[in-house]
Design a protein around this ligand. Structure first.
Ligand code: GLN
Ligand code: ZN
Length: 800
């Protein structure tokens, strides 16, 4: 049989099923009929071409009706279920669709609507739901935060002793019924009650020390109602996602799992109950608790990020229970190594028993791209190395069939050939890069002198006033700018026209900053659509998809580049523009780069070498750029590490190792510059108290950092006595909001900073880049920022 080649399938919603043409005659009946033991934890909801995104945004803009939106959603759900069913998947999830977020769906199920949305009871409709997600004219949205260590953001439940719970969204049951009506019996998925509470925060006005787990007794009755309805509708399986089990939990938190499932046991009787965990190794203690929960019949594990979990399973697995083995990676885009997975699975048959082993994905497929069929930009060779969600479904099924003795030899052979081609491809390996990166391991890279000596040398050259002002890099991206970039990319305008349009924009941005009297200027980044893509496109070893979107939050999706090979920098990437910008002003112009850790964390990364190795390679490429910028006369170079914090592993035991190579990578980029070259870095989060020593160890000359959104949490670390000798610019206003801060407000902020930071190290700047704002907001905000700074400078001078 011909191996399934994604491009052979014109319709994205019906991928290959890889069924043998005739049922093998000699196999036992039970394995010929019915589906093999295969399971998918969850599936992307956006649709192969982001259909849900466009439907949502059009509904929010009032351009389409609720019925239009519901129609798109129903069609997407049905095509996803059919696709999995046709691929041969036995345990197909339902209730993994969402209009916005699965945690918010759970909040709706429990009726835990914060008071400010004035919800009066009954079934929660779209309007209350979207108000919680996005805010409305009078009330702000609920807080959003990262889902574990992924780039997906969930809506944080706000709970307290007076939260009233009621069964207020029947979505899980109606989706189950909807699939059933299509002839597909699904496994309804709920966020488990303990993870739900552990992901919540105390509502406004509730003591920070309030025990969220004390609400278990209030939410379990609703879970019981949902379970009863699912049973009545005919469900025979249920899946509870309890991913917090992979975190470092204390005894009290672990005990909550035991008591929650003991309490649910009778309600769950008659159902097969799967507890699904993912994203990391599960700690041994938690594994013990998990595998002894009452009423539970099946356990799901991430065997990609949880390699050590495999040892736990091998050393003891409860008899008679199902093992859902997550061998197909839900967080990456690489084709599975089917032979390796099959051998892992075969070894697990001895542990769980032949009839209790189920092939699964490591986590929900919502963290990978949707369907390779829609990739028109990638060449066939690279495509043969990849599997997006639709292809992973096929892989899971192929593994389950192989395990049941129906191995599709042609499919496996094609997979082995693709893997071999990836391994030996000259596009992947660059010996020189490999050698240079290997030489970095175990060594240290630091600038020759300490930061205070460097700051003195820089000040002699730059001659900046106290409290120097600057911005983070980007200026507003106008429709016109986007058009210019698009047309240049599509070759509709010539290079000359493009360069002159960008030049004009840079000169406009320079002039504005000079008029505002900002001290250290930026060129505004008009030539960049995205801070990672811009560099990835110029580095070798990167590929870009046309539709490889992954949901980030709500209707927002990102399209991470794919790092497939050794990374090198054939040509300078930013020198042309930075030099041009510097030539337009006598003030220092910042060179603007994205750092290696951020490029790594915002890409799909190779799985054939450790992450740190890829990061070191990117660091070496950026190092070359830094040195070229310096040689071109750029005296201040900013290397953004916006995503350094979010790469922090989930388990504390792994933090030190990550921080060590991440910080080392950053230092590699700039260890070779002269004392007089000032290195800046920027970070987009403020909650860095726990990693402050690593941030100091980055040894940048100046760090600009988000600060204003989080009640100046950042400053508390300095209040607690941490010594910071380098320059620091905690953002003085929130760029995420269109609000224009007043001079007084900014001056007040600066004074607060001066109370904990030395005058000679403080910089004044906004929280982040200005890309998403309008000029009508940016100009007055920056005007006020500069006047506040001048006000304080005068006060400081007269106090002397
Ligand atoms: N230099 C980038 C900008 O200003 C930084 C963006 C970011 O931190 N996310 O847009
Ligand atoms: Zn930022």
């Amino acid at each position: 049989m011909k191996p399934p080649n994604p491009s052979d399938f014109p319709c994205s919603s019906s991928p290959p099923t890889s069924r043998p043409p005739h049922p093998p005659a000699l196999l036992p009946r039970s394995t010929v009929q019915g589906k093999m033991a295969s399971h998918i934890v969850g599936y992307p909801r956006m649709g192969p071409k982001r259909e849900l995104k466009f439907a949502l945004e059009s509904f929010w803009d009032g351009k389409s009706s609720a019925e239009d939106l519901e129609k798109v959603a129903t069609d997407l759900r049905s095509s996803i279920w059919k696709q999995m069913s046709e691929a041969g998947i036995k345990y197909i999830p339902s209730n993994t669709f969402s209009y916005y977020d699965q945690v918010l769906d759970t909040t709706a199920m429990l009726g835990a609507v914060p008071e400010r949305y004035s919800w009066t009871g009954g079934e929660i409709g779209l309007s209350t739901y979207f108000s919680m997600a996005r805010g409305n004219a009078t009330v702000p949205a609920m807080e959003m935060t990262k889902w574990f260590d992924t780039n997906y953001h969930f809506i944080v439940p706000e709970l307290g002793p007076s939260t009233k719970f009621s069964y207020a969204s029947h979505k899980a049951v109606s989706e189950y019924k909807e699939a059933k009506a299509l002839g597909i019996d699904t496994v309804p998925v709920l966020i488990g009650p303990v993870s739900y509470l552990l992901l919540s925060k105390p509502a406004k006005g509730v003591e920070k020390s309030f025990s969220l787990l004390s609400l278990l007794g209030s939410i379990l009755p609703i879970y019981k109602e949902v379970v009863a309805e699912l049973k009545a509708a005919g469900a025979s399986w249920i899946q509870f996602d309890e991913p917090t089990l992979v975190k470092d939990l204390d005894a009290h938190e672990l005990a909550a799992f035991s008591s929650a499932y003991a309490e649910l046991e009778s309600a769950l009787s008659g159902l097969n109950v799967l507890i699904e965990t993912y994203f990391a190794d599960i700690p041994a203690e938690s594994y013990k608790i998990l595998t002894s929960l009452s009423g539970v019949t099946a356990y799901g594990f991430d065997l990609i990020r949880g390699a050590k979990t495999l040892d736990l399973i091998r050393s003891s697995f409860p008899s008679g229970k199902y093992l859902f083995a997550g061998v197909v990676d839900g967080r990456n885009i690489w084709a599975d190594d089917l032979a390796a997975s099959l051998s892992t699975l075969q070894s697990l048959e001895a542990v769980a028993g032949k009839d209790k082993l189920v092939v699964s994905t490591s986590c929900s497929l919502m963290h990978t791209a949707v369907d390779l069929v829609n990739e028109t930009k990638l060449d066939d060779e690279i495509k043969s190395w990849l599997a997006f969600a639709a292809q992973k479904v096929v892989e899971v099924n192929a593994l389950a069939k192989a395990l049941a003795g129906q191995k599709d030899e042609a499919y496996f052979a094609a997979n082995a050939a693709a893997l071999a081609s990836r391994k030996s491809s000259p596009r992947v390996t660059n010996e020189e890069v490999q050698k240079a990166a290997a030489a970095l391991k175990g060594s240290d890279h630091r600038r020759a002198t300490n930061v205070s000596t460097r700051l003195d040398a820089q000040q002699k050259k730059l001659n900046l006033p106290v409290l120097p002002t600057t911005t983070i890099g980007s200026f507003p991206q106008t429709v016109e700018l986007r058009r210019v970039r698009r047309e240049y990319k599509a070759k509709k305008i010539s290079e000359e026209e493009y360069v002159s349009a960008i030049k004009e924009e840079i000169s406009k941005v320079v002039k504005i900053q000079e008029e505002l009297d900002i001290d250290v200027l930026v060129h505004g980044e008009p030539e960049r659509n995205d801070m990672v893509e811009y560099f990835g496109e110029q580095l070798s070893g990167f590929a870009f998809t046309a539709n490889g979107w992954v949901q980030s939050y709500g209707s927002r999706c990102v399209k991470p580049p794919i790092i497939y090979g050794d990374v090198s920098r054939p040509n300078p990437m930013t020198v042309f523009w930075s030099k041009m910008a510097q030539s337009m002003t006598s003030r220092p112009m910042k060179g603007m780069l994205t750092g290696p850790v951020t490029i790594l964390n915002w890409s799909f990364v190779r799985n054939d070498q450790p992450r740190f190795e890829t990061c070191y390679q990117i660091a070496l490429a950026i190092k070359k750029e830094v040195e070229d910028l310096e040689a071109a006369g750029i005296q201040v170079i900013q290397i953004d590490e916006a995503a350094l914090r979010e790469g922090l592993p989930l388990r504390k035991s792994e933090h030190a190792f990550y921080l060590d190579w991440a910080v080392h990578s950053f230092r590699i980029t700039n260890c070779g510059v002269q004392d007089t070259t000032q290195i800046h870095t920027h970070m987009c989060y403020s909650n860095f108290n726990d990693i402050i020593h690593s941030i100091i160890d980055m040894d940048a000359d100046v760090i600009t950092i988000e600060n204003s959104r989080s009640d100046e949490k950042l400053l508390s670390v300095f209040r607690e006595g941490v010594k910071y000798g380098a320059g620091i610019g905690p953002g003085v206003y929130d760029i995420h909001s269109p609000r224009i801060p007043s001079t007084e407000e900014i001056a007040d902020r600066i004074n607060k900073m001066l109370a904990v930071l030395d005058t000679n190290i403080l910089w004044v700047n906004p929280d982040c880049g200005l890309k998403t704002r309008k000029y009508t907001e940016v100009k007055p905000a920056l005007t006020n920022m500069v006047s506040a700074t001048k006000l304080i400078r005068t006060q400081l001078a007269s106090a002397k």
